[in-house]
Ligand binder design. Structure first.
Ligand SMILES: NC(=O)c1ccc[n+]([C@@H]2O[C@H](COP(=O)([O-])OP(=O)(O)OC[C@H]3O[C@@H](n4cnc5c(N)ncnc54)[C@H](OP(=O)(O)O)[C@@H]3O)[C@@H](O)[C@H]2O)c1
Length: 325
């Protein structure tokens, strides 16, 4: 099969698009013929050697895809050859025509979802869901601030915040992104490249501050939010797309009575498989009801992987980027 292969850490354009052996499923695994592959922000970091996980060489980057099941490993009962499935593999391998997935982490792709929507579901939407449900304990009527609200996981956080019944303030960097966030249900929008974010949150909440902040951006935006939290608020640490891991003066949490809560969706799926399965059921119900929907920005051919990665790491995405083999 054809795959994008990383032979050494370096710039994303050092990826090699070449023939590699087809994957074979081990016990408990399935192989899918990928119809759509998700491109996430972290993929470039992995290729550049700047991610917390550094796989041995050579490796095929990418973690999630949707397609048709073409091979089944020993002990797998929940899938048959020909089923539509989506899945995530923390050990990478998605930027290829075929991919191995642990059957327990894979899910059947419902008929009401396209392969493109399925490919982009787990890391972005699964993370937003777990963050707001288990980690943030978001309740109807509370105020949720979403940073990077037109990005992959930010879009999902806006939609899920509305599905839960929160008032959502979307924070993004351009009029186009703000318009998109409004279409996803955001009640208010702030452009943090133009406005003082701390003051904007205070003004929009009548001085109370945010009950929950969904932060996949970090840097200056985290600093602003750490000073605009409500009493009993929860500041969720998802990621650092801005490139800076912020430092927190912890006295702020004491004075303002809020919590800083870390989120690691991949580990959650391993540590709490039953809670993750319950989350997935709720997510598919919301998708079927039209409350949540992965929004596809662009679908690139797998051969144009470098362009797809550039679009994501260059802050140019509205929604999700996928690749189609
Ligand atoms: N903790 C977890 O379990 C988990 C799971 C999934 C993802 N993540 C992390 O969440 C972050 C976002 O992932 P994603 O796939 O949603 O990415 P994405 O689609 O690229 O969205 C990231 C957003 O961050 C904002 N941003 C601010 N400064 C930026 C910069 N210098 N470069 C690029 N973007 C910048 C952009 O919005 P504006 O232009 O509007 O500012 C962009 O839309 C990543 O750090 C990822 O590793 C964590």
């Amino acid at each position: 099969m054809k795959a994008q292969v990383c032979d050494a850490f370096g710039p994303i354009d050092t990826l090699q698009f070449r023939d590699v052996p087809d994957p074979v499923p081990g016990p408990g695994e399935i192989v899918i013929e990928s119809r759509a592959i998700s491109v996430n922000f972290a993929d470039s970091l992995v290729i550049e050697g700047r991610y917390q996980v550094r796989p041995p060489f050579p490796f095929i980057p990418g973690t999630e895809a949707a397609g048709e099941v073409i091979a089944i490993g020993e002990g797998v009962n929940q899938f048959q050859v020909g089923d539509r499935a989506l899945g995530f593999n923390e050990d990478f391998g998605a930027f290829a025509e075929r991919m191995v997935i642990n059957a327990d982490i894979a899910a059947p792709l419902p008929g009401f979802m396209s392969f493109e929507e399925g490919a982009g579901l787990l890391a972005a939407t699964g993370t937003a869901h777990h963050s707001l449900r288990q980690r943030g304990q978001l309740k109807a009527g509370e105020t949720l601030v979403v940073l990077g609200a037109a990005g992959g996981t930010g879009t999902a956080a806006v939609q899920i915040g509305k599905a839960i019944g929160a008032r959502v303030i979307a924070v993004c960097s351009s009029p186009d992104k703000m318009a998109f966030a409004r279409e996803q249900g955001a009640d208010e929008c702030v452009d943090y490249t133009q406005d003082d974010l701390r003051e904007a949150i205070k003004t929009l909440t009548g001085g109370r501050g945010a009950d929950v902040v969904y932060d996949a951006v970090g840097g200056d935006a985290f600093d602003a939010c750490s000073r605009a939290m409500a009493w009993n608020g929860r500041l969720l640490v998802i990621g650092f797309a801005s490139g800076r891991i912020p430092q927190l003066p912890v006295n702020l949490t004491l004075v303002k009575g809020y919590s800083v809560v870390g989120v690691f969706w991949g580990r959650f799926t391993r540590e709490e498989p039953e809670a993750n399965a319950a989350n997935m059921r709720e997510l598919f119900d919301w998708i079927e009801a039209g409350k949540v929907r992965p929004m596809i920005d662009t679908a690139y051919p797998l051969s144009e992987c470098v362009e797809a990665l550039r679009k994501v790491s260059g802050r140019g995405v509205i929604g999700k980027v996928v690749m189609t083999p």
